[in-house]
Design a protein around this ligand. Structure first.
Ligand code: SF4
Ligand code: SF4
Length: 90
């Protein structure tokens, strides 16, 4: 699973940047074609919801999705061969 923001729905309110305990969302710096500063994702693979949801069949957080007023946040399946950056945090 991977976290995505729907560019067509997001209005750049930045609520998601305030609620994520891992600070995965950061304020967008470049306006998209709608003139909206869609938040950037900082190493979204750190989101336990994305990585463990399938393995354990449960949702661990989901705060961003519950908070987004425009239902712009979702998780999509990845291709089996999609490359990942592996980062270990202590
Ligand atoms: S599910 Fe939780 S940890 Fe994951 S991106 Fe959303 S708010 Fe952050
Ligand atoms: S909460 Fe939703 S609409 Fe607001 S910036 Fe985040 S993704 Fe966009």
């Amino acid at each position: 699973m991977k976290l995505v923001i729907d560019q067509n729905r997001c209005k750049g309110c930045n609520l998601c940047t305030m609620v994520c305990p891992y600070r995965i969302f950061t304020s967008g710096k470049k306006a998209n074609w709608r003139g909206v500063l869609v938040p950037d994702l900082d190493r979204p693979e750190r989101c336990t919801n994305c990585r463990l949801q399938k393995m354990y069949g449960r949702t661990l957080c989901g705060m961003c999705q519950m908070t987004c007023p425009d239902q712009a946040i979702s998780w999509v399946d990845e291709k089996p061969s999609e490359p990942h950056k592996v980062e270990v945090e202590f």
